[in-house]
Design a protein around this ligand. Structure first.
Ligand code: NAI
Ligand code: MG
Length: 351
């Protein structure tokens, strides 16, 4: 029996509704593979912020530093500004634990109609690798002359040789396990310092991976191509901002934000990695039991993979996709199942 201790952060809204299905499915697949999960649950959320003035306690990171992984639902709630929930919880974990790779696989699945006419099931299978700890999302900058006619704001982007190289290396190594194709998202025509630097570093890394084909696309053209010909892409690597936008776009191409998974990885494994569905807390449907848990289940499968259990991960995913194949799906996908009903269908397939 292999045991793992997981830090569970349900967060807000449907975050708390999609994690129990993930735990149930992990327990089922774990039984078949001799893997046991134990959980420590943390109430870090906007609810906590409103009650105690902070998303998490000041020693929050220390409390989860020694867990094998973090499984997160979603954070954010009306009444708490989104930058508070983001900078008070997610960003400190991503940066504190050096989770510099944000990995977002995107597939068009059977049973999940894409809004794109041409994107049939099986045709689109790509991964967005987003730089996750530096880039455009920096704390450097400020405001001057508040409220005056001359008011201004400055926001600095930070690109380091080390930070860019390691995430691009990750993308090329990942491509070698897939279809040997990397597309780099850039904007070196308009952003004249950081983006040419990004391009140079991509070229350096590409030189070390001669078998991988490299495509370089300006972010605006890339966004259009992702809509027009999504099947062309294998691994897309982008800065924090570009990767953020592209991964939501790609998730929309796949049919629903509710199915999209993500992993925040510390590839060196000095710290726990964090797994979370891409969607937010969905206040509009929270409390109604109809959230699609697939994004959370897929994130749990990515966690299994990261912990060294690719077979168990594959089984979990096959059951989750299989339930869709059987015609069981949640309301966001045009189906009639609720969260519990879809989860039952996945569990039935595994037993
Ligand atoms: P959202 O992802 O929560 O919802 C967007 C739309 O998609 C809503 O109509 C919602 O009902 C639907 N949806 C999302 N997930 C679904 C699921 N699993 N099943 C069925 N339908 C689903 O994004 P929104 O509305 O922009 O943000 C709501 C809150 O969540 C905000 O406070 C935001 O900051 C936060 N948020 C948090 C994220 C995180 O924790 N990583 C990511 C995105 C947003
Ligand atoms: Mg986003």
């Amino acid at each position: 029996m292999t045991g793992y201790r997981i830090a569970l952060i349900p967060g807000d809204g449907i975050g708390a509704e999609v994690l129990p299905p993930a735990q149930a499915v992990l327990a089922a697949v774990g039984r078949r593979h001799g893997i046991e999960f134990t959980y420590d649950s943390f109430d870090w959320s906007c609810e906590r912020y409103l009650a105690e003035g902070a998303m998490m306690p000041s020693d929050g990171l220390d409390r989860i530093r020694h867990h094998d992984a973090v499984l997160l639902g979603a954070v954010g709630w009306p009444g708490v500004p989104d930058h508070v929930s983001l900078w008070g919880l997610l960003i400190p974990i991503r940066r504190g634990f050096r989770q510099y790779v944000n990995l977002r696989p995107v597939k068009v699945l059977d049973g999940v109609p894409s809004p794109l006419r041409g994107a049939g099931a099986g045709a689109v299978d790509l991964v967005v690798v987003r730089e996750n700890v530096e880039g455009e999302y920096s704390e450097i900058g400020g405001r001057l002359g508040r409220g005056t006619e001359d008011e201004l704001a400055v926001q600095e982007a930070v690109f380091t040789r080390k930070g860019v190289t390691r995430v691009v290396e990750y993308a090329y190594s990942l491509a070698e396990t897939r279809r040997n194709h990397v597309t780099s998202a850039t904007k070196s025509n308009g952003i004249v310092h950081t983006m040419p630097f990004w391009d140079e570093l991509v070229e350096e890394v590409a030189g070390r991976h001669p078998e991988v084909r490299t495509g370089k696309e300006h972010i605006d053209a890339l966004a259009a191509k992702l809509v027009l010909t999504p099947e062309r892409f294998d691994v897309i690597v982008g800065s924090n901002l570009f990767g953020d936008i592209l991964s939501d776009l790609a998730a929309a191409v796949a049919g629903s934000i509710g199915v999209a998974p993500s992993a925040n990885l510390n590839p060196e494994r000095e710290f726990p990695s964090m797994f979370e569905p891409v969607h937010g807390s969905a206040p509009d449907i929270a409390g109604q039991g109809k959230a699609n848990p697939l994004g959370a289940l897929w994130s749990a499968a990515m966690m299994l993979d990261h912990l060294g259990h690719p077979e168990a991960s594959g089984e979990l995913l096959a059951a989750a996709f299989g339930a869709l194949d059987d015609g069981v799906s949640t309301v966001d996908l045009g189906g009639t199942a609720d969260t519990a009903g879809y989860t039952r269908a996945v569990l039935d397939r595994m037993n």
